[in-house]
Design a binder for this molecule. Structure first.
Ligand code: THU
Length: 131
């Protein structure tokens, strides 16, 4: 199984852990990240909603922030999916998550949603960087 498909399987594994009582739109993500020693690890994430709706955090950001907090700052690949009313819905990262991914990824970093593979650069042309 290739990297994107095994990441997708990890996203499927965790999606039911999503805390989405308000939207009932569950998102699961899995990201392969690399640390400065070249070691690679998979981090998963789910969306975590809040009664104060704006405090919700998307699955992709949870996954990336888990990696960064463990010293893994390079995003190699990401897979994600959503489940709504028990059905799998192919989704892509929201704009805010695309910008957060951009911080730790390259333009050619692949993103797979179960249907198609996109590059981050396709999804976020001209992403903002300070340099
Ligand atoms: N959501 C994600 O987790 N990732 C995205 O890229 C888009 C949206 C979540 C946020 C919220 O909990 C629910 O999906 C509905 O917007």
């Amino acid at each position: 199984m290739d990297t994107l498909k095994s990441l997708y399987a990890e996203a499927v594994r965790v999606v039911e852990n999503a805390y989405a009582p308000y939207s009932r739109f569950k998102v699961g993500a899995a990201v392969l990240m690399e640390n400065e020693r070249g070691e690679r690890r998979v981090f998963t994430g789910v969306n975590v909603e809040n009664a104060s709706y704006g405090l919700t955090v998307c699955a992709e950001r949870v996954a990336v922030f888990k990696g960064v907090s463990e010293g893994y700052r390079k995003v190699i690949a990401l897979s994600l999916l959503a489940v709504k009313d028990g059905e799998v819905v192919p989704v892509l990262p929201c704009g805010a998550c695309r910008q957060v991914l951009w911080e730790f990824a390259e333009g050619d970093t692949p993103i797979y949603n179960g249907e198609r593979t996109y590059s981050l650069g396709d999804l976020l042309p001209g992403g903002f960087r300070l340099d």
